[in-house]
Write a protein that binds this ligand. Structure first.
Ligand SMILES: CC[C@H](C(=O)O)C(=O)SCCNC(=O)CCNC(=O)[C@H](O)C(C)(C)COP(=O)(O)OP(=O)(O)OC[C@H]1O[C@@H](n2cnc3c(N)ncnc32)[C@H](O)[C@@H]1OP(=O)(O)O
Ligand SMILES: [Co+2]
Length: 153
């Protein structure tokens, strides 16, 4: 199933798709040791590293690393039933977990994606993410094995 995530592609009948994803907001990395990973980005890689932020509604603690053109989000499980626990069990050294794209209107994006058969994870309702903005997640199996987060900006 080929799903259109970005606009500008003319369809057979010449109708333009609605533009959807915009800027890359962040690339998330699940890590087995948040403090060690943050220290490595700060001292070994010389990056600007923010403080840990508990996000109980999402079952993670996050640390954001500001880059000139985007952000890295370090993720560590918070509490029981964290959505990233299985991922870390399968990838004990850690690994790239998801990519977050920005959208203008998350409900419009959701409607368009669902009309194309894409699966929106969880309840399907946007939650407020680490930046205080509504976010949604799309099933990795629908997007070439990549877990996609959409954040309305
Ligand atoms: C504070 C918010 C913050 C922000 O930016 O604002 C965040 O980003 S919060 C981030 C944490 N929250 C989430 O990730 C929510 C969405 N994720 C989920 O609902 C789950 O992680 C899910 C459903 C994607 C996977 O859950 P789980 O691993 O427990 O399920 P399975 O083991 O059954 O996996 C199913 C299937 O998917 C593959 N998989 C799992 N995770 C990923 C991934 N990150 N990237 C690619 N593929 C992934 C997994 O290997 C299974 O494939 P299979 O071939 O069946 O083995
Ligand atoms: Co994220």
């Amino acid at each position: 199933m080929q799903l259109a995530l970005f606009g500008g592609t003319a369809l057979q009948d010449g109708k333009q798709e609605m533009k959807m994803i915009g800027r890359l907001n962040h690339v998330a990395i699940a890590v087995p040791d948040l403090q060690a990973a943050a220290a490595q980005y700060e001292s070994t890689l010389g990056a600007k590293v923010g403080p840990p932020q508990d996000e109980p509604d999402h079952g993670v603690t996050v640390v954001f690393i500001e880059l000139p053109n985007t952000k890295i989000e370090l993720l560590f499980p918070l509490g029981e039933g964290s959505p990233i626990q299985n991922f870390l069990d399968k990838n004990p050294s850690g690994g790239i977990h998801h990519i977050c794209y920005e959208v203008d209107d998350i409900l419009e994006a959701r409607a368009q994606l669902q009309s194309q058969g894409a699966r929106v994870l969880g309840s399907g309702e946007p939650k407020i993410g680490a930046h205080g903005k509504p976010v949604l997640f799309l099933h990795p199996k629908d997007f070439t094995g990549c877990l996609i987060e959409l954040e309305q900006v």
